[in-house]
Design a protein around this ligand. Structure first.
Ligand SMILES: C[S@@+](CC[C@H](N)C(=O)[O-])C[C@H]1O[C@@H](n2cnc3c(N)ncnc32)[C@H](O)[C@@H]1O
Length: 318
């Protein structure tokens, strides 16, 4: 399990970056919101409860599960997420939903606060066991906890590993630092005109050759961020007299930082994913906490159907 505080800060960065976008972009990135299997699953779970049920979505992000409860006419809804920007985004979409910024491992709710706790690819980020220990008291007796968690062998974890490798490939080209050195050297050489600074510029340009080829190769393989970085840099290079050096360097640094943050999120998802044996262990812990739990089942998605996550489904009996 990764350091969830670190993972949380990467998520905050993600949600603050997406706060201005419309919902379709947020959901397109997650790739899950429009999914019919998930929608059918959650609507089935939620519909078992009366319309007055107190429901909380843990690690709600932009409100992926809340969305279904809201559409079904449930009104006693709470979204919890570690990211204030995620909560703000969720509340801007689903009016009247209570938003709570909290780490799931230390929920601020009194005992018996909810009838249904749900979480879609969320509670495992805080570490499944600390989460379950925090979740248990917040549920009322007879209440149900249903979570879908990342699955180590599943399609989403596989995609995350591929995305992480793509981020690493971009970083490994060394293009951004090499391009920054060229812009700096140009700026200096053009200002001073000294031979030493012209030689420094030649060296910087030479140092850019291999990274430029490497990033162009990635772009040719449809690596979107590589293509965007290369074309953006070329435009700034051709028009460099119209840009301030600090703005160019700032743009390049932000691309680099976002790539690293995306890599960290992808690794965080892989680290948070669970094997069947781990799910069984966690369900054992839930039983010790007074729950009856169903055998773990795989959540299937797509055609042909592939497993994407494990379903936790437990009822608090004592
Ligand atoms: C993969 S996203 C899932 C979001 C949403 N449930 C969905 O299905 O679209 C994981 C979410 O967990 C949140 N998160 C990560 N660590 C957390 C923690 N320790 N406590 C609460 N939320 C956390 C992130 O901010 C992010 O919104």
């Amino acid at each position: 399990m990764g350091d969830y505080q670190g993972a949380g800060s990467e998520w905050s960065r993600y949600w603050s970056g997406r706060a201005g976008n419309d919902s379709s972009e947020v959901y397109a990135f997650q790739g899950l919101e429009a999914d019919e299997e998930l929608k059918g699953f959650w609507k089935g779970v939620i519909s078992d409860f009366p319309k007055t049920a107190r429901i909380a979505d843990l690690a709600c992000g932009a409100g992926s599960v809340i969305r279904h409860a809201h559409a079904l006419g449930y009104s006693n809804l709470t979204g919890v997420d570690i990211s204030p920007d995620a909560i703000a985004l969720m509340q801007s979409r689903y009016r009247g939903v209570r938003g709570v910024v909290s780490n799931i491992g230390s929920l601020p709710f009194p005992e018996d606060s909810f009838d249904l706790l749900v979480s879609q690819f969320g509670f495992e980020y805080a570490g499944a066991t600390p989460s379950l220990e925090a979740i248990a008291p917040a549920l009322s007796k007879g209440g149900r906890f249903v979570g879908i968690v990342h699955m180590t062998e599943g399609a989403i974890a596989r995609e995350c590993r591929a995305n992480k490798a793509a981020c690493d490939a971009l970083e490994d080209t060394g293009f951004i630092p090499a391009a920054m050195r060229v812009f700096e050297a140009y700026d200096t050489a053009e200002r001073t005109g000294t031979d030493a600074d012209k030689r420094a510029l030649s060296a910087a340009l030479e140092g850019l050759e291999a990274p430029r080829q490497a990033i162009a190769d990635l772009a040719a393989k449809k690596h979107d961020l590589a293509g965007h970085t290369l074309s953006g840099t070329q435009i700034m290079f051709n028009r460099r007299r119209f840009y301030k050096l600090e703005d160019i360097l700032d743009w390049l640094q932000r691309v680099k930082d976002e790539n690293l943050a995306h890599a960290a999120r992808m690794q965080g998802m892989v680290d948070a994913s669970l094997t069947r044996e781990q799910v069984i262990d966690h369900l054992g812990r839930l039983k010790e906490l007074g729950f009856t739990a169903r055998e773990p089942e795989a959540m299937m998605q797509g055609s042909p159907a592939e497993p994407i996550g494990w379903i936790f489904d437990a009822t608090k009996t004592s």
